[in-house]
Design a protein around this ligand. Sequence first.
Ligand code: ADQ
Length: 483
Amino acid sequence: AAGASGGNDSYDFVVVANRLPVDRAQGPQGPEWRQSPGGLVTGLAPVMKRRSGAWIGWTGAPDEEIEPFDLDDMHLVPVRLSTDDVYSYYEGFSNATLWPLYHDVIVPPEFHRKWWDAYVRVNTRFARAAAASAAPGALVWVHDYQLQLVPGILRELRPDVKIGFFNHIPFPPYEIFAQLPWRRRILIGLLGADLVGFQRPSDTANFRRAVRRTLGYLARNSVVRVPASQQSPEHLCETGSFPISIDAGAMDALARDERIRKRAEEIREEVGNPRTLILGVDRMDYTKGIRHRLKAYEELLEDGRLSTESTTFIQIATPSRERLDYYKQIRRDVELAVGRINGDHSALGKAAVHYLHQSFPREEMAAFYLAADVMLVTALRDGMNLVAKEYVACRVEEDGVLVLSEFTGAADELRQALLVNPHDIAGLKNAITQAVHMTPEEAGRRMRRLRSKVRHDDVLQWASTFLDRLQMVGEQRERTHSV
Ligand code: ADQ
């Protein structure tokens, strides 16, 4: 039902993402939807309010047919996924093919033609829903690796709209990307956009190189010239890096809240008032380097360089993608290591590792960040890593030490962290020791610079920078093609 004039409901700002920004909750009148506290919706909510905005995505449950509905200034359009779509498109192609491939093949990606067929089918469904919701000339912003074909399909359906795409995860080096049997189709899908954005300049460079090597399209500076196809005229696709951030102001305010400060003190007491509290916070994912971190900590206890008399470690790991084999395996590996470390090094009432495989509200997360003297972010590969920025935003006293993997996008910006290569266990041990013993003067000097960085570019600025750029390149295209 999509025509060049848009459907019955026409929105001039349309977000397309795998998930809708809502969770099901129990309200006074029975089940209802609540806005979920994700970073993306925080960044986009003001734009949604200012323009008439729609968000297209999946509710998270299979086989549900739900009519579009309105919530907090947003029009939400649920896209249905069948049980087989969830298995083949979401858990399969998105999370067992693309996710490991785009994260440096930490585990081997699986290539299955049936999964690819489901990816094409579901991407087409999302693109049609976007085409039916967008007003003439609307801005459409497509998010992440699950939806890389949407820009190309949408451009054919609606040549009048301005299409932006942002990839939240890394874009891999060509030699890795080239393994993908459908590499041409993915690149052509992405190049349907007017603007394709990545977290870091190296991702952008990898993408441009893949386009040149795979398709032979020429890029001048940041702009790729996409030749005409049977469906669309020639157009330009701009590429660039737009490092995502957090709502730093909101985090800072939480960390100054009396109740949360009290809760942070309680947390320290509950773990036995150690001199040094070390913290790790991640989705339970093999990209996050949780095993490497535990190994380094275990060896430090064995060597006697750290002692459970004065130090404890809290590892929070959110349950994630639990039906996939490699996720079951990383959970087993982590739990085995935690059990071994505690068996060897804990005393009654003095655990070496406190391990929480749970999700917490924002307020509790802020209290953990506030309670921790040392934060360990040791991802083997990570698009950005918001945890690192959240920790910095919560350190309102300008103390605390961030140990940060150089393989995160955040490492490009947070240069005053202790940067580590998590594969180098000896180096990681030294960095943890350095963090534990750092003088307050040096920690303060580093934290002040980190904080000014995180304060200056927050998620609102990220969203408006991307959308301003999209508006500009979209208008340039209108002028040259007068569609
Ligand atoms: P993720 O891989 O999920 O995101 P990250 O950027 O660290 O990684 O974001 C995780 C978010 O979940 C943080 O906001 C954190 O506070 C929250 N969180 C983690 N554990 C939690 C728990 N137990 N309870 C409650 N909240 C918890 C992907 C990419 C990243 C990129 C982001 C955004 O992999 O590289 O930074 O998208 O683009």
